[in-house]
Design a protein around this ligand. Structure first.
Ligand code: ADP
Ligand code: ZN
Ligand code: ZN
Length: 707
């Protein structure tokens, strides 16, 4: 075969088509324009659309005279580089998802359609006084504010927080009044003795590290020191966080210590910001990306450090289809890129904890908080207490003391609305959504019932839907009602509610945070929204209202998650000098997990749970996968699941189910699954692989069994 023939034969491309849900089609490339990972334009039907080359091959099932040629190839950096391709291939194999589906969900396609000029999008800006020329009134106000400010570096979040609009800020960037902050001498980061020891160990050690340290123990400080070292060597750093929008302080702190080449990446960026970051990262112009989970797929050139903070957080598991663990993918990416990875948390996940025991990860501990303040956890036995609106008397007495001392107290209740349940007094009928298996939640403000799953509103019923009795009662305690009760009990102080209903816009959060930071005595009612990473310096006490259900739940992870949540919420208080008190209300104070909570010993809780997992052979002592399905009727669903069941024949794989989760009906579809469990990974993977070939949807290492 001569050379010409060979070339001829290598011009077939396997292209993932975005518009076709990630399915792959073959095209020819007569001019040899494309390479692996290229983004190409092709015709599809009558339209021109984008696709990504995921394979270059010699043969196709399509006869060569019927292969369509690609039309154009986008210039770099709009392509997928080899490192990214390698990661996608691993994800595809491990999570049993077609690579096309992964490619389409990981590549931010919308940036290709954006034709705006590239505006530098960096972590920090400085004011260029020379450029201050003709400005609109709003722009002038912003400039005046900056001139009067004590800051040298302005992050976009800082300006948004000062209530300037995105439009004003972007206009100032376009007019180069705001220019990327240049700092030639970064401030030195001073580490304590304990931090230095940890820093040295991390720097010298290969392989993943688990940094286990209570809130306020200085983990972020270590992240910054590690990052500084890596960027001084000209390399890149990826810092993954569960969410970014609610903690602009972290961003400001990084910019102040690491300088201009820090940027962020999350779902709220505009297309042009995304485009700017994507291209700057691929050219190594951005050294540090702080981002949420999708930042994992950025085209790094010189990635040498990955930090994954709050590694236990469930948002690092991408649910739905495709589903995968961002934490595990990050560990793989680190290995592939020969980068260092540090997983940090005050409440590490059981998976990482056991990886330390298996010596796959090394454990580094920081066991002292910088505030030196003591924290005390109290279990309040509800069975013997007088309750006022489901709050035990000692907690109300304590709230009075806290307020008298001029401090703040948080009431943690993970349930929104006013009354979470509407029922018939005569027959017990509970009002549920027509489309979902969900109790309707009554909100007093909107005077309506709402399904928190599909968001449909209902008016209040006048009669029972079952027995026609008119004795409809509202029951249960939601944040709206708790706020009202507390306001009635403590009329002289503000009671602020922080939940998904009151925090719909970014501005509401900014305002509330300002109000809390003023430090005046107040009560705060919050859902899990408040549990993540916020610093409230005047908050000394937290009451945890009602979490007993987690102790009864059937999901083997529920106590682990409950423990993490209690320690995370506890971490919100006592950041000032006064120390903190956490009051956990419970009707089952004899539960074996509670003494460990009371002693503040997360590691004891982990060791207790690990024994349970081992005895019952749950992960990490076995491997699980879900085979998921859905149907219009429960019966049809069961039949489908039973069909999958007949397709599984492997003596090493146990099949549990069909399992119909508590909320099976969602948006008119009934969801259920089979749970596959195996002591060894390979047989489980083999079974999953066969099922996927038959068209099943599997979820590997599922994180939630109640859905
Ligand atoms: P974590 O990330 O573990 O919650 P941080 O890094 O945010 O902890 O540190 C908690 C507080 O202690 C912060 O206010 C930080 O500025 C301070 N801090 C951390 N390390 C040092 C240090 N080496 N010297 C002085 N203050 C420090
Ligand atoms: Zn009834
Ligand atoms: Zn609904």
């Amino acid at each position: 075969m001569n050379m010409e023939n060979l070339l001829e034969k290598t011009k077939i491309l396997s292209v993932v088509i975005f518009k076709a849900g990630g399915r792959t089609f073959d095209y020819s490339d007569p001019k040899g324009l494309a390479s692996l990972g290229s983004i190409v334009q092709t015709s599809f039907g009558r339209k021109m659309i984008f696709g990504i080359v995921i394979e270059m091959k010699e043969d196709s099932d399509v006869p060569s005279n019927q292969l369509k040629p690609i039309q154009a190839v986008l210039p770099a950096p709009f392509c997928i580089n080899q490192n990214q391709m390698q990661l996608l291939k691993w994800l595809s194999q491990y999570y049993q998802v077609a690579i096309g589906r992964l490619v389409t969900s990981c590549f931010p396609l919308t940036v290709l359609a954006d034709s705006a000029p590239l505006r530098p999008y960096v972590g920090g800006y400085a004011l260029d006084h020379q450029q201050v020329g003709r400005l609109t009134k709003a722009q002038k106000a912003c400039v005046t504010w900056m001139q009067a400010s004590e800051h040298r570096v302005f992050t976009i979040d800082l300006l948004l927080e000062a209530l300037f609009s995105k439009r004003t800020i972007h206009a100032l960037i376009d007019q180069q009044v705001l220019v990327p902050f240049q700092d030639h001498e970064l401030p030195q980061i001073h580490l304590s003795q304990m931090q230095s020891a940890v820093f040295e160990k991390i720097s010298q050690h290969q392989g993943p590290d688990l940094l286990y340290g209570v809130t306020g123990s200085g983990k972020t400080h270590i992240y910054m020191a590690l990052t500084q070292k890596v960027i001084q060597e000209g390399h890149q750093v990826l810092i993954l966080v569960p969410e970014i929008g609610l903690t602009p302080q972290t961003m400001a702190r990084f910019v102040a210590h690491l300088g201009v080449s820090v940027t962020q990446w999350h779902s709220k960026l505009s297309d042009s910001q995304r485009k700017s970051v994507w291209s700057a990262v691929s050219q190594n112009q951005i050294a540090v990306v702080i981002g949420t989970r999708s930042a994992l797929f950025l085209p790094f050139r010189q990635l040498k450090l990955i930090i994954l903070d709050e590694e236990h957080d469930l948002s690092f598991y991408q649910q739905g289809y495709p589903s995968y663990s961002v934490r595990d993918a990050a560990v793989v990416l680190a290995k592939q890129s020969q980068a260092k990875i540090v997983l940090g948390s005050a409440t590490p996940s059981m998976e990482s904890w056991s990886n330390v025991i298996k010596q796959k990860y090394s454990l580094l501990e920081l066991n002292q908080s910088f505030s030196q303040a003591e924290k005390h956890i109290h279990i309040v036995d509800m069975r013997r207490e007088k309750l006022i609106d489901q709050i035990a008397k000692p907690i109300l007495d304590r709230a009075q003391v806290v307020l008298d001392q001029g401090r703040q107290m948080l009431f943690f209740l993970n349930r929104r609305g006013y009354h979470p349940v509407t029922l018939c007094h005569a027959c017990g009928w509970v009002m549920k959504c027509d489309h979902c298996d969900v109790k309707l939640n009554y909100s007093k403000i909107t005077h309506s019932l709402r399904c928190h799953l599909c968001q449909k509103y209902y008016s209040l019923p006048t009669a029972c839907g079952h027995c026609a009795s008119d004795e409809i009662i509202q029951a249960g305690l939601g944040t709206e009602r708790l706020t009202e009760s507390l306001q009635a009990l403590f009329p002289s102080v503000p009671v602020i509610r922080i939940d998904a209903d009151t925090m719909q816009s970014a501005n509401s959060w900014v305002r509330v945070r300002k109000q809390i930071q003023k430090g005046e005595p107040m009560l705060i009612v919050g859902t899990q929204m408040i549990a993540k990473g916020h610093d409230f310096h005047h908050l000394t006490d937290v009451a945890i209202m009602d979490t007993d259900h987690a102790l009864y739940a059937t999901d083997f992870r529920s106590i682990e998650r409950w423990g993490q949540m209690i320690f995370q919420v506890a971490g919100r208080c006592g950041r000032g000098q006064e120390g903190g008190h956490i009051w956990v209300q419970s009707h089952i104070p004899h539960h074996p997990a509670l003494p460990m909570i009371q002693a503040g010993q997360y590691d004891a809780l982990m060791n207790f749970l690990i024994e349970q997992r081992q005895a019952a052979l749950w992960p990490p002592f076995s491997f699980c996968a879900k085979v998921k399905d859905l149907a219009n009727h429960q019966q049809a669903l069961l039949e489908r699941l039973k069909y999958w069941q007949t397709q599984i024949q492997h003596h090493q794989v146990e099949v549990l189910g069909p399992i119909i989760p508590p909320v099976s009906k969602r948006n008119n579809a009934f969801h259920g699954y089979l749970l596959l469990k195996s002591k060894e990974r390979d047989p489980l993977f083999h079974v999953c692989h066969e099922l996927v070939k038959l068209g099943a949807v599997v979820e590997v290492d599922p994180q939630e069994l109640d859905h």
